[in-house]
Ligand binder design. Structure first.
Ligand SMILES: [Fe+2]
Ligand SMILES: [Fe+2]
Length: 168
């Protein structure tokens, strides 16, 4: 596995040099813009997920969970704004197509899906932060610190609710 990864990196390194070098980011500016659009698509889908779950949630904790899901929406919209503005500033076109939203059969599955998405997003942003810095986009790298902080707060809140759910 490690050997395979190293080989992949070496191959990337070669390709990157062929593209004029990018300081070890592992991606070209063009690829980076595409990746920012992947991130934007997931922020849009987070807005849709929290809006849909807030409306659909049933059961004993409906009102509490509805409020909780709704409270996430402004943060996710704010993230979409940061990414869309940056994509335009870098000469790209922001996607208008959200990533897929997972359906959920009950409140617990909603929380699980939301938690999985937050964890995936944090991982993507940690990678994206490194790529931004390597490409010389230092301001954007700092923006990713804020995004990572926000998504970590979301993850922690959901984890606490799930913990209470499973022990309560
Ligand atoms: Fe977000
Ligand atoms: Fe989030």
């Amino acid at each position: 596995m490690a050997k395979k990864d190293k080989k992949k990196n070496d191959e990337n390194g070669g390709a990157d040099r062929g593209n004029g070098g990018n300081g070890g980011a592992g991606v070209t500016q063009e690829q980076f813009l595409e990746l920012l659009n992947v991130d934007l698509a997931h922020e849009f889908s987070a807005v849709i997920l929290y809006r849909t779950y807030a409306s659909e949630v049933q059961g004993q904790w409906r009102m509490e969970l509805r409020q909780f899901f709704e409270a996430e929406i402004p943060d996710e919209l704010g993230h979409a704004q940061i990414l869309a503005d940056k994509i335009v500033a870098l000469g790209g076109r922001p996607t208008t197509i959200p990533a897929e939203v997972k359906p959920a059969k009950d409140a617990r599955e909603m929380l699980r899906n939301a938690l999985d998405d937050e964890i995936d997003t944090i991982q993507r942003y940690v990678t994206r932060r490194r790529q931004a810095e390597a490409l010389g986009h230092y301001g954007l790298a700092v923006e990713f610190d804020d995004l990572i902080r926000d998504e970590s707060t979301h993850r922690d809140s959901i984890q606490l609710i799930l913990k209470r759910w499973d022990t309560g």
